[in-house]
Ligand binder design. Sequence first.
Ligand code: ATP
Length: 446
Amino acid sequence: MKSDKKRIVVNLSKKMADLLPKHIARLLKMIGRKANEIGSSAFVVGGLVRDLLMGFKNIDLDIVVEGDAIELGSALVGDLGAALVAHKRFGTCTILTKEKLKIDLATARKESYERPAALPTVEFSSLKNDLSRRDFTINAMAVSINRETFGQLIDFFKGVSDLRHGRIRVMHDKSFIDDPTRIFRAVRFEQRFGFAIDGHTQELIQNAVGPERMFEHVGPQRIRDEVILILKEKEPIRALKRMEELHEFRFIHPKIKFGRDTERSFRAVGEACEWYEGANFKKRAIDKWLIYMMALFKDLSYNDLSAICDEFAFRRRDVLRMLSYKVRGEKSIKALSETRKIPPSRIYSLLNPLSFEATLLVMAMSSLLERRNGSLANSRIKDFFQKYNGVTIKLKGDDIKRLGLKPCPRYKEILRKVMVAKLDGAVRTKTDELKYAKSLIDEICG
Ligand code: ATP
């Protein structure tokens, strides 16, 4: 234990006061006091510590307890008026405060892997053992939050030095064999912070993806989640280029490449999303990562994409959004970039069946066309978002009934035609709609 003490290099309480929101700093003090009361030691660990040292804001509260995390969690919920979900077997619990803040508490543990890439077996242990099972040295530091030691940084594995040198380094040589998803994490942190994966760590990656073929042992859903996390990064292009360099995308499909062409598509997606986010119309939040994912898969056939969706168990709603681009995307790009005039109702019928994500990919891909066609398609898509999407008619089935047509499948057709007329400006008010519907009924009844 003596040598452990030497690892306390800095006190971060000032940084914590400067960088953490007041309520988070207060909360940490309160957790620390409770830990004192029940005779245990509590530490903040992981990303928050790394980001504190780098001067970034992070409010992910990951607490490790030398003692019993569930006991500490239970002692806290009363004072906080919060809810607690405990997992006895793992010695972990999550507190959800009234302000919807999530605090994860875990009893310090040691992990062992029975098979490569399998989920680990857990045993309760010390803070040092808990930190040594983590992915990289920069994520394996802790800050004490007990009263008398509040703010003391604990760095057993030279995490501070690696942060200073901008180095992503694993804790031990079997790290990627135990958990190959750490390869994605290495690339993600390297590119997010502009760091470099340390030489030896890079050799270990090459060994894991090459001779050891570790990606064949990981559940596809874990790979899917890691790729999604990369696509959610602020600048995913650099990370994807790096992945292509380190191990390509064969683990998803042999036909996927992140070459110049895909990079151009990614940049265009970024611009389309920027326009969408900055434009002034009523809109919903979009899943930008999904648009990037569609761009990554854009050269695959419908069947290949469908097989990938099955294998990686994408959620049904994401599958539908991805496949909708496959079915209608290219046709829409072609039609929307035609130089002849096309009415609003046609633009609407091309884009309305697509998700907003697929529509933004159509926008991105058409911006890469020859200039005139590209800008025509672009302004039509902008019109769709700003003017046509959300257009409704007032005419209802009951109105058609009152106009004398008995309920029949023709209702749908009449409503559609009135909608087309509304989009194209031929009808404006409900009276116009009724008049037009009447003329359609007259035609039908001959
Ligand atoms: P981010 O800023 O992307 O959220 P983070 O470091 O907080 O980064 P999390 O995925 O929230 O990432 O993980 C929290 C901590 O848990 C990490 O800092 C690391 O210590 C540990 N960890 C997460 N994933 C792994 C893994 N696959 N193997 C080992 N340790 C991991």
